[in-house]
Structures are given as C-alpha cells and as structure tokens.
Ligand binder design. Structure first.
Ligand code: KG4
Ligand code: ZN
Length: 357
C-alpha cells in the first residue's frame, strides 16, 4: 500500500511517500521536510500567520518533490493522508485542503491523520514493533505517557499539568538569549558545562501518578539567572546543563511511574518508545535506555529526523488506518485541538453502537 503524507501543523512543510507491505512492514520512499525556522527565528517563536503563508507558498513544491523522489505518480497511490490537527489551524487547513484536492482529482481515499497518532505509530514504521507498547510523547506542544494498544486505541497514563517539555526547552533558550528553536541549542551548549552548579527543582518527583510539571522549573531557572546577571557564556552554559539535568531526572522519575502503571493495567509492554521533537535529545535518549532495561523491556527510538515533524509519519499513520479500512470523507474538518485519547473513545463509541444494533 502506497500512501502520500502531508504535514503542515507547525513550522515544517513536509511530504513523504511511504509503502506498507501486507505483513505490516514499512518503507520510506521519499521524505521531504522544508523548515520555516529562518522565517520565525527573528520573532523568537512560531508566528502562526507567517507559518500559514509559508505553507501555502511551498506545499505544492514539497509534494511534487516527494513524488519525484519516490519515483511515483499520483495514480499509483493507494491513499492521501494529511495531518488534520492538532496544530496551528492556518497551517492545518493548508495541508488538509491540499490532500483533499489531490484525493478528489485522482479519486483516491483521504485519511485525516491525528498528528499525535502519527508520532505514536512512527516506531512501527521504523522498527515494526507490536502492540501494546508504552509511548513517551515529548514535543513542543505535548508531554504524555501513553499505552498504545492498537491503531486508534491510546490510553493516556500521564500528561503535563502546565508547560510541554519542548516548550520548557524553548522558553529556557529564549530567556538565555539563545534564540529559536530552543531544544537543540540548549542541548548543544549544555554538552561540556557544569550540570550541578544551579540547584533547580525536580517538579512532581516521587509522586505515584505519571504527570509532569515544568512551569516551576522555568521560574526557578529565571530566578537563578537574574541572581547572577549579567550572564557570561559559562553562566549560560551551566544554566543550560543544570536545566537539562533537571529535565532528564524528571523524565526518568515520571516514566518509571508511567511504566509501573502500564504494567499494573496492561501487563508488560513490548517496548518503551520515545517520539516527538524532544526525543531527539541525546541526554534523554541515554537515560531512556537504562530505564527500559530496568523494566525488562527494550527501547525503540526512531531516528532523530523521524522524531521531529515529518511527512513520513503522517503517510504511515494514514497507511495503518487504510489497512484497517478506515478513511475520511472530503468534508472532514481541520482541528486545532484533538486529544489522542478521543480517538479511542470514538472507536469505543462506534463499537458500542455496533453492538447495540
Ligand atoms: O515534534 P516537534 O518537531 O513539533 C511539535 O511540537 O509537534 O517538536 C518540537 C520541539 C521543540 O520544542 C524543540 O525545541 C524540541 O522539540 N526539540 C528538542 C530537541 N530537538 C527538538 N528539545 C530538546 N533537545 C533537542 N535536541
Ligand atoms: Zn510533532
């Protein structure tokens, strides 16, 4: 099954062609990502209007390049998938409308993909893993621990009560004048610095639930920075390292709780999977390995370029849904908000209706 996927929910215009074999194995035939970072950097974050306009200007080219790289024509495709949310609505409209137009013109099935579901299923594309697995979804907008039990069946075990983990990285970078996007810069600068210099809190540590909180950490960092201002290069590096160390320890503690809850409710997971932009962070990747070992499972980490936003994950999620006979109508609406566990309850409701009949 050959599927084109389009991603436009944030600041990357991306398209890819992915093949899913009948035995469930996946192959990426092309994967084109055009980042808008340069256009947003001056503003210290993503500007929704600039993002939407940039998507409009480039999406056709990006799709054409993905088709060319894959060596396929639209006629050869089995479906067109686009991220229909959650995300910045202007961008989502651009990608979804493009997918609808291609689906309509070439009479192909359309799949409106949940962007978070695409992150959640990426490890099946790269490593062909089986259900159920424990997912740590760590991106600029989300921080969740999920039990992934089947395509469309996601149980949230923990989430952030305030900022997302990537947002915490981005805000830290902004505060320290490191620019946007923050995560990779904080990681880079933290590499050779002193992580024990600043005593930052580890919010939520030790709690039996699997929830996160990052706003207190951010405030503590700001107070430490203000106390020693003006900041030299070494101060900034040590602040980055201390911040990243706090995040790493919080992630281990919260995931340990999440994995315990998973084991109690669903038995042993086939694997621990990390996805989303923050899963590209090497310090976090390192501790996740140890954690998976501690729980007698394996860690599955898609390569960094498939952890950040891309079209291949959208195409793959589309292929997984199409393989189960699920597709969407051409009037499907784009959604700024779209919680992942809603997919599970929608499916439950459908099954309940069927049983009732
Ligand atoms: O999944 P993603 O590409 O976009 C969504 O938010 O959906 O994630 C972007 C986030 C940003 O907050 C960025 O700063 C963070 O992922 N990020 C990182 C790293 N690379 C990207 N955070 C920490 N370390 C990194 N190496
Ligand atoms: Zn994402």
């Amino acid at each position: 099954m050959l599927v084109l996927g389009i991603e436009t929910t944030c600041d990357e215009t991306a398209a890819a062609v992915v093949e899913r074999a009948d035995d469930g194995r996946g192959a990426i035939l092309s994967n084109v990502v055009l980042s808008q970072i340069d256009q947003h950097a001056a503003f210290g974050g993503v500007v929704p209007e600039i993002a939407a306009r940039a998507h409009v200007e480039t999406v056709d080219l990006v799709v054409a390049q993905a088709m060319k790289d894959a060596g396929k024509t639209f006629a050869e495709l089995d479906g067109i998938a686009a991220a229909a949310g959650p995300g910045l609505i202007g961008g989502v409209i651009v990608g979804l409308t493009t997918a609808k137009a291609i689906a309509l013109a070439h009479r192909k099935p359309l799949v409106a993909v949940n962007h978070l579901e695409a992150h959640a299923l990426t490890a099946r594309l790269t490593d062909n893993i089986q259900f159920p697995y424990c997912l740590f979804l760590a991106s600029g907008g989300h921080t969740q621990i999920l039990a992934v039990r089947a395509v469309g069946d996601y149980i949230r075990l923990g989430t952030t009560v305030d900022d997302a983990i990537g947002e915490a990285f981005d805000k830290t970078a902004k505060l320290l004048g490191l620019g946007y996007p923050g995560g990779p810069r904080v990681e880079h600068i933290a590499q050779f610095a002193d992580a024990s210099r600043f005593p930052l809190p580890r919010p939520m540590q030790g709690r039996p639930d699997a929830d996160f909180s990052f706003s207190g950490l951010k405030t503590a960092l700001r107070l430490e920075a203000e106390a020693i201002a003006p900041l030299g290069d070494k101060d900034i590096a040590d602040l980055c390292a201390s911040f990243q160390q706090a995040v790493v320890e919080v992630v281990v503690d919260r995931l340990r709780s999440g994995l315990r809850i998973f084991r109690d409710r669903f038995g042993a997971p086939t694997s621990l999977v990390a996805a989303g932009g923050v899963a590209a962070n090497q310090a976090i990747r390192k501790v996740l390995h140890r954690l998976a070992f501690e729980f007698g499972t394996v860690l599955v980490l898609p390569p960094a370029e498939l952890c950040t936003d891309n079209g291949a994950m959208i195409a793959w999620a589309g292929a997984e849904r199409l393989a189960l006979g699920r597709q969407d109508m051409l009037d499907v609406a784009p959604r700024a908000r779209w919680p992942l566990d809603e997919l599970a309850s929608a499916r439950g409701a459908l099954q309940r209706t069927a049983a009732y009949k």
